[in-house]
Design a protein around this ligand. Structure first.
Ligand code: SF4
Length: 700
């Protein structure tokens, strides 16, 4: 990043990368961003940042940025640059015609966890109130939808239970399926602060890591995990069941807490289930490949070590048993009484900056804002009255269902804001087939992404530097996003959606995102006390913000669970249908790296790419030697779904039989090889388990 000289003004805003939600002072000279300085008063970051938030903002002015709307009649025709008026009337005419000919169920939309709460709220409002269907989904479908199902079922609401500060009061941290050092770097530093014996008078918290890879946290300067359980990918539920078996059979359960706070009959059913000898660590060792003694020791430490805090990520959710794993984690927290006070809890590490907010805002086809089911007559009536429309009481289609229906011919048009589904969703061929079958694909984004190859309309998007609104981070903290510069395309994203709604004949007249936030607060009980003015005054606030809790809620479920009694759910381990065999003997799992972000649309267009210019395949030395592969060699990675080419990194971070890659570069297209298997409850794709073969290659 070049030094652009002394700034003339600065604006405090929120990072648009990960769910930590660091705040920055954006320093400006004229209309040029000079630098991003981590803000000392930011409650999520307290003056710290990582390389993405601090340095990876150059994409905002990248030459690839599209700032003029474009349309075309068919995807084999060249794009035609047009005015906003022409683009929006072209789009509205197509959508209205498809609705008239094929009905409301032929239309749908996808909201983005990269966009603000207000933008997301408007997209789902357009789909429900304008298109007339509940066919709205969000990119959380492919990451944290099992969190939505699992925590709603067990606790009553879909959110992390603690604030970040709470980690400083933990005595035991259990990190499962999450690599905080790469995925959530600033919060990882807080964790390390509490884990380091040299920085804590009481010796610091103890650490349990459950992950197929030896992630950095397992052993880093001054830190060594008490237990690393390098499980076979796909066996999370078996590991957690074995731990529960130890806790119940060794009488380590907190029965006083369970009696007071949970449904006792359900607990007894669950306790009988986990106590069965077939769930002992000694029996399940064969499934998990984790030594029984380690499973027992980890369970004892979590149950008896004081305040136990669980942090989990996509290594939990992106499995055929993702929702079961989330519920198994909730069971573990409840049986040990680790809920409802600082230092404990169940904390999903949200990947994208606003995945919590996108879920809160009613982006799922079965839920209105605030996690109220679409079949709830009273909730629907509230929205119907406010919006002056009639809402469908039936849940709509999920992303994968929309694509299936497109191939079948019953789904014809989609509005996609801020997501590149061709690169990010599993089984690329199937996504392409669904998009190709549609009559109208609208991509609203910063760049001509891979999905735009199948689009008829491209609506240029605005960056986080060019808009006002709010993001909600992984600790439910609602934070302002403030406009630093004028949008290069002339409109903020919420304005684009509003103009499209108007072109379709809807009477929308928001003058500022503050008015959208006021509508959200009016219709969403957990946001009831939130307002733009309040955020300007306080800086941020954690939902629920209600009459009883006007200052917000750093810790949830203090006096009782949102659902009343905590619910124990029996979670039987069911092996995935994705099996290794002679043709595909290795298991592939995927993840992120610090300097890049997801499909890399932003970070690949910054200097960060120098640190991670291509995706690599990690492989154990034994597996590499068996294939004649040396560090840096090209390999062909093949699965039953497809194949790709990438270089190998030989490392014992992964166990024999397991390989690992990132998915940041479109040249690799890692999702060409991932399968159609998905979570039984939510269809979250099983990215973390794919049977593969790896062979030498001459390169792409
Ligand atoms: Fe942005 Fe996350 Fe890095 Fe903070 S930790 S600067 S929110 S990417």
């Amino acid at each position: 990043v070049k030094d652009m000289g002394k700034p003339e003004r600065s604006v405090v805003t929120t990072c648009a990368y990960c769910g930590v939600g660091c705040t920055f002072r954006a320093e400006m000279k004229g209309e040029q961003l000079v630098r991003m300085v981590p803000w000392k008063d930011g409650k999520a970051n307290r003056g710290h940042s990582c390389v993405k938030g601090r340095f990876a903002w150059g994409y905002a002015n990248h030459k690839d940025r599209i700032t003029t709307p474009m349309i075309r009649d068919a995807i084999d025709q060249p794009w035609r640059e047009v005015s906003w008026d022409e683009a929006l009337s072209f789009t509205a005419a197509r959508l209205n015609a498809i609705k008239a000919e094929h009905g409301a169920q032929a239309l749908g939309g996808i909201t983005s966890s990269r966009c603000t709460n207000e933008e997301t709220f408007l997209v789902q409002k357009l789909v429900r109130g304008g298109f007339g269907s509940n066919n709205v989904d969000t990119c959380a479908r492919v990451c944290h939808s099992p969190t939505g199902y699992g925590l709603k079922t067990t606790f009553g609401t879909s959110a992390g239970t603690q604030d970040f500060d709470s980690v400083m009061q933990s005595d035991v941290m259990l990190v499962i399926g999450s690599n905080p050092t790469d995925g959530h770097p600033v919060f990882a530093s807080r964790m390390k602060q509490r884990l380091r014996p040299d920085l804590n008078k009481d010796g610091g918290a103890k650490l349990i890591v459950i992950d197929p890879r030896r992630i950095d946290l397992v052993k880093s300067p001054h830190i060594e995990a008490a237990h690393h359980l390098p499980l076979q990918p796909g066996t999370n539920v078996a590991v957690l069941t074995a731990m529960a078996h130890v806790i119940v059979t060794e009488r380590l359960a907190d029965e006083e807490f369970i009696h007071a706070r949970c449904d006792w009959d359900e607990y007894q059913d669950w306790a009988r289930f986990v106590s069965d000898e077939r769930h002992s660590p000694e029996v399940l060792e064969a499934v998990t490949r984790v030594p029984a003694a380690d499973l027992r020791a980890a369970a004892r430490l979590y149950a008896t070590g004081g305040n136990g805090a669980i942090y989990y990520g996509l290594g939990v959710t992106e499995h055929s048993q993702g929702s079961s794993t989330v519920m198994a984690i909730a069971n573990l927290a409840m049986v040990t009484g680790n809920i409802g006070r600082p230092g404990v809890g169940v904390n999903p590490m949200r990947g994208q900056n606003n995945v919590q907010g996108a879920c809160d805002m009613g982006s799922f086809p079965h839920e209105l804002a605030g996690y109220r089911h679409i079949s709830d007559d009273a909730a629907r009536a509230l929205f119907e009255q406010d919006w002056g429309v009639t809402l469908d009481a039936e849940p709509g289609l999920r992303i994968n269902n929309m694509l299936d229906a497109a191939v079948d011919g019953s789904f014809r048009a989609i509005y996609i804001q801020g997501e590149d589904i061709l690169q990010s969703d599993p089984n690329t061929k199937h996504v392409a087939a669904g998009l190709e079958a549609m009559d109208c694909v609208i991509v609203h984004d910063l760049f001509l992404n891979e999905t735009a190859n199948y689009a008829h309309v491209f609506l240029p998007g605005s960056t986080f530097l060019e808009k006002n609104g709010t993001f909600t981070n992984a600790e439910r903290r609602i934070q302002p996003v403030r406009k630093v510069m004028e949008p290069a395309n002339g409109l903020e994203d919420w304005e684009v959606t509003q103009e499209l709604a108007k072109a379709m004949g809807l009477d929308w007249n928001y003058a500022h995102p503050a008015e959208i936030l006021a509508e959200i607060a009016r219709l969403t009980p957990s946001f009831a006390g939130v307002s733009w003015e309040m955020l300007e005054e306080k800086g941020s606030v954690q939902w629920p913000v209600t009459a009883e809790r006007p200052e917000g809620s750093p810790v949830m479920h203090i006096d009782g669970f949102v659902r009343g009694k905590g619910k124990f759910v029996v979670t039987e381990y069911v092996p995935t249908d994705e099996k290794t065999g002679p043709r595909f003997p290795l298991l592939l799992t995927t993840g992120r790296i610090l300097s890049q972000y997801n499909v890399g649309a932003q970070t690949r267009r910054t200097a960060n790419t120098a640190w991670h210019p291509e995706d690599m395949l990690e492989m154990h030395p034994t597996d590499a030697e068996n294939r004649g592969l040396k560090d840096g060699d090209w390999t062909r990675l093949a699965s039953r779904t497809g194949e790709t080419t990438l270089r190998v990194t030989v490392t014992d971070r992964v166990a024999p039989g397991v390989v690992y890659t990132t998915f940041h570069h479109p040249e690799t297209q890692a999702n060409v090889v991932t399968t159609d298997y998905s979570d039984w409850a939510t269809n979250c794709p099983e990215y973390k388990v794919t049977a593969v073969q790896v062979m030498p290659s001459n390169g792409p």
